[in-house]
Design a protein around this ligand. Structure first.
Ligand SMILES: Nc1ncnc2c1ncn2[C@@H]1O[C@H](COP(=O)(O)OP(=O)(O)OP(=O)(O)O)[C@@H](O)[C@H]1O
Ligand SMILES: [Mg+2]
Length: 505
């Protein structure tokens, strides 16, 4: 008997000017399974799943839902046929409650009047069904990102979604939030919901999925049964070559006599009394849980947030950058964590984005040296493997991971002496991660730069740092030399708030 699939994508093709995002992709989803969708940045994952919601209209191909055939979807058709997508940027309204968001656009009414009580009751039920503890009255803006995502999932389930598609759902979450999200996803599978799960974190894929579909360059490559597959095989299918080392080796290039950055008893922006030194050629890792105050520290150094007290010295001189412009001018760069909000000019080209901080330097009498402009953009396209047909491409048309690479390229192009990288590889595929690590090595080894690396990925932090400083709740809780690196020690410091308070008494 032919197996019944809840969703079949048949021979899906999607063309954009100059790009074939999908070529003849066929895959199917069974009832009550978690199907992982993986592939490098720009492989076509987001484009493919967007065909299921009508956000992308395929050039050709068919979408079959429970045996019903569609040439393309619309948001309404998708909803009617039980398909829901959780995108990375949620569509919620911060000033409304969780319950109101759950019923956004389709409120429960009593006559002409919106029935708040009924919505709260229904929301309560939906949350209970997923085993999540959210007060339906809580305003969305007061919920953590993790809970906001839960509301989105509850909304999908409340609308009777049978196929839930999640595009990199773990990317913005803390590790505890990821665990809760997994629990919900597994519960949904038990309830017979089918899930398509996109992630660059392979350990999640192994933990959650039943089958794995691999895309490469817009093409379907293979489907694997998760429990019978091996991670090396998976990586090879994704990147089309073997990756042997995860972290490229780096020679000793630290100059212990030259302090590039010295922060002394720095307080403000949620941080208290932080003191640290970074030497020339060093990669100093900043560890801690999300919300520990690492980004906040970076912001004060970069002039995008005010300090209250303490001093910041850069190459021996005290600095007080009042805005990022000033920090950039003296040689400090910050590649922000939330690159969409703080970084990319989405409506502008790749070339413009990369050259942005250096236009002054490559111009004479207000005339841009376009050869140099091209050379710089070309260099980072190559170094970071930015997937695009042309450097004139608008950044908004790139895949999520490739947008991140553009912003990273911009700050590397700025040629700053101190480069602060806040979660530089979030949303970046395994192959490109390696390229970024190589570039970081090159910066410190060959170009004599210094790096402050903020990362929540423990492996990356330990793999790339020369030394690690751990923060918790805005305070420094520990410092580890390379021979002391261990996941347990870092975690202990990262959650060591209580012990520190004891010490202070
Ligand atoms: N509106 C658009 N115009 C032009 N090209 C586009 C557009 N949307 C997507 N693309 C291209 O289609 C390809 C696939 O992009 P997609 O966003 O699906 O990748 P992805 O697998 O989700 O990558 P990531 O892991 O980085 O999120 C990319 O080359 C991208 O540049
Ligand atoms: Mg994507």
């Amino acid at each position: 008997m032919k197996e019944q699939y809840v969703l079949e994508l048949q021979h899906i093709r999607k063309e954009y000017p100059g790009v074939i995002a999908l070529k003849d992709v066929t895959l199917n989803v069974k009832k009550g399974e978690i199907l992982a969708l993986i592939g490098e940045n720009g492989a076509g994952k987001s484009t493919l799943i967007k065909t299921c919601s009508g956000a992308v209209i395929p050039t050709s191909g068919k979408i079959v839902v429970n045996g019903k055939e569609f040439e393309s979807m619309t948001p309404q058709l998708a909803a009617e046929n039980g398909i829901a997508i959780i995108y990375q940027e949620f569509n919620n309204v911060a000033e409304l409650s969780a319950a109101e968001n759950l019923f956004l656009g389709r409120p429960i009414k009593k006559g002409f009047i919106i029935d708040k009580k009924a919505m709260e009751r229904e929301a309560e039920k939906a949350f209970q069904q997923l085993n999540i503890k959210i007060n339906p009255k809580t305003l969305m803006k007061n919920l953590t990102v993790g809970y906001q995502q839960m509301v989105e999932i509850a909304k999908a389930i409340q609308q009777n979604a049978k196929i839930l598609i999640m595009d990199e759902p773990s990317a913005p979450l803390t590790s505890a939030e990821v665990e809760s999200m997994f629990a919900v996803v597994e519960l949904l599978r038990e309830q017979g919901v089918s899930i398509i799960y996109i992630s660059h974190r392979l350990e999640e894929i192994y933990r959650l999925s039943d089958r794995i579909v691999v895309l490469r360059d817009g093409e379907y490559i293979d489907t694997l049964i998760t429990k019978n597959s091996h991670v090396d095989e998976l990586i090879q299918l994704m990147v089309g070559r073997e990756l042997t080392e995860t972290y490229p080796p780096r020679g000793d290039c630290i100059n212990p006599n030259e302090v590039v950055l010295e922060v002394d008893k720095l307080s403000g922006n949620g941080d208290k009394d932080i003191s640290l030194k970074i030497h020339k050629g060093e990669i100093l890792g900043l560890g801690g849980l999300v919300g520990a105050g690492r980004t906040e520290l970076a912001e004060m150094i970069f002039g995008s947030a005010k300090k209250e007290s303490g001093t910041i010295k850069f190459k021996g001189n005290e600095i007080n950058p009042k805005d990022p412009r000033e920090a950039i001018d003296i040689g400090i760069a910050l590649v922000p964590e939330d690159r969409k909000r703080h970084g990319a000019l989405l409506g502008s080209s790749i070339k413009n984005n990369i050259n942005m901080p250096i236009y002054e330097r490559i111009s004479k009498f207000s005339v841009i040296n376009s050869k140099e402009e091209m050379r710089v953009a070309e260099k980072y396209r190559e170094d970071l493997a930015i997937k695009t047909p042309t450097l004139q491409q608008l950044v908004k048309n790139l895949s999520g991971g490739n947008q991140q690479k553009v912003i990273l390229g911009r700050w590397l192009a700025a040629n700053s002496e101190l480069v602060i990288l806040d979660e530089p590889t979030r949303g970046i595929d395994v192959g490109a991660k390696y390229e970024i690590y190589k570039l970081m090595n090159e910066l410190v080894e060959k170009e004599g730069k210094t790096i402050l690396l903020i990362s929540s990925e423990m492996e990356e932090l330990m793999g790339m740092s020369d030394r690690i400083i751990v923060l918790a709740e805005g305070k420094m809780t520990g410092e580890l030399q390379k021979n002391e690196f261990s996941q347990n020690t870092i975690m202990a410091f990262a959650s060591a708030i209580e012990e520190v308070k004891e010490d202070e008494k």
